[in-house]
Design a protein around this ligand. Sequence first.
Ligand SMILES: [Zn+2]
Length: 92
Amino acid sequence: MSHYWDVCCKDCPAQACVGDATLGFVRACISARDEIAQAHKLVEHMQAYDVEVTSPHGRIDPAFFVEHASHALVPIDEYGRFEDGTKPIWEK
Ligand SMILES: [Zn+2]
C-alpha cells in the first residue's frame, strides 16, 4: 500500500512534486490544476518576496501545471505505479 503520491504527466513524461502527498491530495491538485496554474503568475510576479504555493504536504510548483496544461495528469505512487497498479510504459 502506497503512502506517498505525486502528480505525473503521462504525455511528456514528467513528474511534479507536490510534497509527500496522499492520493486524495494529489487527486485534488489534478482537479484544481487550472487554479494552481493561475497561481504561477502571482508567484512569478512576487518572486522577490518568496511567495509560494504550499500545503501541509509541502510546496506545490505552479509552473508544472502551466507547462503541462491540457496534458494527461494522473496520480503516481512512490514506487512509480499508477492507481491501477500499472507502471508507465517508459519504465518497462
Ligand atoms: Zn506534460
